[in-house]
Design a protein around this ligand. Structure first.
Ligand SMILES: *Cc1c(COP(=O)(O)O)cnc(C)c1O
Length: 345
């Protein structure tokens, strides 16, 4: 970051915030007679408040991600971290953010909920990153640029050097959503947070780690950003059940599962390519394929009739004619392929 510091990007009311101090902030020991939080003494496993700092979970995630605990924020899904970018940095009706389109819908929703203008910049030919255009639409009130790589719903990753050029040339924050990074052939940008304080990496346990139902998203960033997010989040944002179950599930490596999804992605792409009504299959670094067909609505309805639900992106600008299809295991993928083979245009 050149001239703007993290401190200068923060909203004035947040900089002045006196954060809520929980009962458990004041005494950190594990054993004791806890008469400080008006909890019930009847122990059913969940009668105590959870650790607001998620210390144990952060230590485990630190080992897995190779990033110190102080650089890890844990949210109730990545959506919480996206919302916090707005709540911490964006003054409603004054600041703005910039995002690529087509991309994940939550950036727009979070902007609207926080009454912050979102300026969308269309991806270039072949869904390439419009780095210069993103820089050009940013002004002195632009607090953040949102990227998603691999991008949802287009499936492609953007070149590392291009994203880093954006981080280096833009004076505000660059948020890179890496929800699908574990399915990609390219590396995460997370190692770059140590010399680029304006870079925020979002990751999630919802996709590759198979824990969408537990709601756990991460922001990896400069420790000052993590501290700001931690002050503004709801104190007990990750409940005890989620913290415990995630700790258990993180014991099982996911390498084989990832290899299976990637090999299925290849097989499904090869089979879909043979269908006469398929016009294009976009290269994917994620656990889905974006497929352009002759009549997306008709194919979508045909699949629905077979109780197969895919995401119809036909009305998304830049994705006209496209369906986004999640890659599953061979049994379900075969049902998809078998249904598609029966489709008559
Ligand atoms: C699925 C997805 C997420 C994950 O959101 P969670 O709230 O962590 O479940 C984040 N970003 C993108 C682009 C996604 O597609």
């Amino acid at each position: 970051m050149k001239s703007k510091t993290i401190e200068s990007l923060v909203r004035a009311n947040i900089a002045a915030l006196q954060p809520y101090s929980t009962a458990r902030d004041e005494y950190e020991g594990e054993l004791g007679v806890f008469l400080d939080a008006n909890e019930s003494p009847f122990n059913n496993g969940y009668n105590r408040y959870p650790d607001p700092h998620q210390k144990q979970l952060k230590e485990r995630l630190s080992e897995i991600k190779g990033v110190p605990s102080r650089n890890i924020f844990i949210g109730n899904g990545s959506d919480e971290a996206i919302d916090l970018v707005f709540r911490v940095f964006c003054e409603p009706r004054k600041d703005n953010v910039v995002a690529i389109t087509p991309s994940y819908g939550m950036y727009k929703v979070a902007a609207a909920m926080n009454d912050v203008e979102l300026r969308e910049v269309e991806l270039l030919e072949n869904f390439e990153l419009p780095t210069d255009e993103l820089l050009a639409v940013a002004d002195e009130h632009t607090k953040a640029i949102f990227l998603c790589s691999p991008n949802n719903p287009t499936g492609n990753s953007f070149p590392r050097e291009e994203m880093l050029r954006l981080v280096d040339e833009f004076e505000g924050l660059v948020v890179v959503d890496e929800a699908y990074i574990d399915f990609a052939e390219v590396d995460s940008l997370k190692v770059e947070i140590f010399n680029r304080p304006n870079l925020i990496i979002l990751q999630t346990l919802s996709k590759a780690w198979a824990m969408a139902g537990l709601r756990l998203g991460l922001a990896l960033a400069d420790e000052r950003i993590v501290a700001l997010f931690s002050q503004v989040k709801y104190p007990y944002n990750i409940n005890i059940a989620a913290q415990q179950i995630v700790m258990q599930l993180l014991m099982y490596p996911i390498d084989e599962d990832l290899a299976e999804i990637k090999s299925q992605r290849q097989e499904v792409a090869e089979e879909i390519a043979k269908l006469p009504f398929v016009k294009h299959i976009y290269p994917s670094d994620a656990n889905f394929l974006l497929v352009k067909v002759d009549d997306a609505d008709a194919v979508y309805e045909h699949l629905i009739a077979d109780k197969i639900i895919v995401r119809n992106r036909n009305r998304v600008k830049g994705c006209e004619g496209c369906l986004r299809i999640t890659i599953s295991l061979s049994g379900e993928n075969d049902k998809l392929l078998e249904s598609l083979k029966r489709y008559e245009k």
